[in-house]
Ligand binder design. Structure first.
Ligand SMILES: Cc1ncc(COP(=O)(O)O)c(C=O)c1O
Length: 364
């Protein structure tokens, strides 16, 4: 006899983060975790450092100053915001608050890996719906809804495909869901999207009782190390999540840095400009090499490799690693013939394209 975790926990395939090193190489470009190549705002770094002067104090458990700063930046009621230790924390909390044993939670084939993890962790069953052209399929999701469905996770834009659903499609998805099903719009990459037909979820959350939107400070704000995310939801969902979250789930340094980061609009704009320019450049240049690139609106691209000998995604990954270029393998995302590349510095982007060219020119 020994303690047993709840059913489902041992079915979880543990999340494996992107690689971060290439043995034996002095200079490495980590392009495997969709981090920003521009780093955080200098104001955020300064705020984080000054938080180091009061390490003996507990943080403000309600992250009030940060919720107010987010509220001001996005025109939202701070009482409808919850902050978390990364948006991962919030995804876990939503699953624990809304799923019980035997419930079903829907996500799409190449959806973000955390969704099946939090679903199984809560004792529920992940239902995986096929995508069309690497994009979530609203009709498919709606067809998968049963009496047991309690949650639908939609990453918009999605990681690792970089594709998105226009707002009309998100609204159509919401309209088709029963009122007791919670739609979680995970908009971790929203800040990068330039398309007019995109909306992260604020409008839908504001007018519906069964939609939440999750956001992160890990991407454009460059604070991945601090673990900081937030969600905006209806009052009753905010209340439920606040009851089960850790009372001090966000650290003081993260709160301070988050407040400063969100105020530094110029830094965000620079990061967005950099991304727009290099996302287009990478898509075009890699395409010119004869590799398929899924059109992305985020800060990364999914590159598809042939299954020919010495030309596979695995071969490419090994070759790029010898040059200190670390990409993300996507086999766990059911994309064994692809690699995900985060938009990097100009230097890194140019090196990747040059390396891919050499890789493809190499005798097989
Ligand atoms: C779609 C998506 N959602 C959520 C997250 C988690 O972000 P955080 O660092 O805020 O936990 C990521 C991170 O890669 C992501 O790609």
């Amino acid at each position: 006899m020994r303690p047993l975790p709840r059913p489902g926990v041992l079915d979880i395939e543990a999340y494996v983060p992107g690689k971060s090193s290439a043995p034996g190489l002095a200079k490495v470009f980590k392009l495997s975790s969709n981090e920003t190549p521009l780093g955080p705002s200098p104001e955020a770094i300064a705020a984080y450092k000054s938080a180091g002067e009061r390490l003996e104090e507990y943080p403000d458990g309600s992250a009030g100053e940060l919720r107010e700063a987010i509220g001001r930046a996005f025109g939202l009621d701070p009482d409808r915001i919850v902050c978390g230790a990364g948006s991962d924390d919030l995804l876990h909390l939503l699953a624990y608050a809304y799923l019980v044993d035997g419930d079903e939670a829907i996500h799409t084939t190449h959806g973000f890996l955390i969704y099946p993890i939090v679903t199984l962790g809560a004792g529920a069953k992940p239902i995986v719906v096929p995508e069309t052209n690497y994009t979530a399929d609203v009709d498919g999701i709606l067809a998968a809804v049963t009496k047991r469905t309690k949650l639908v996770f939609l990453a918009n834009p999605n990681n690792p495909t970089g594709t998105y659903l226009p707002f009309d499609e998100v609204k159509r998805l919401h309209r088709g869901l029963p009122a007791n099903v919670l739609l979680v719009l995970d908009a971790a990459y929203a800040e990068y999207v330039r398309n007019n037909d995109y909306e992260a979820g604020i409008e839908l959350v504001a007018t519906a009782e069964n939609v939440v939107m999750c956001r992160t400070f890990s991407k454009i704000y460059g604070l991945a190390a601090l673990r900081l995310g937030w969600m905006f939801g209806p009052a009753h969902i905010v209340d439920a999540v606040n009851r089960i979250r850790g009372p001090f789930n966000v650290s003081d340094g993260a709160i301070a840095a988050g407040v400063a980061a969100i105020k530094d609009v110029e830094h965000q704009e620079r990061s967005r400009e950099h991304n727009t320019r290099w996302l287009a450049w990478l898509t075009e240049e890699i395409g010119k090499l004869g590799l398929k690139v899924t059109p992305s609106v985020a800060n990364f691209v999914l590159i598809h490799f042939p299954q020919a000998k010495d030309r596979t995604a695995k071969d490419a990954d090994a070759f790029l690693t010898t040059r200190g270029l670390i990409l993300r393998q996507t086999t766990a995302y059911k994309l064994p013939n692809a690699l995900r590349l985060s938009v990097g510095t100009e230097e890194a982007n140019r090196l990747v394209v040059a390396a891919l060219k050499d890789f493809l020119a190499k005798p097989a």
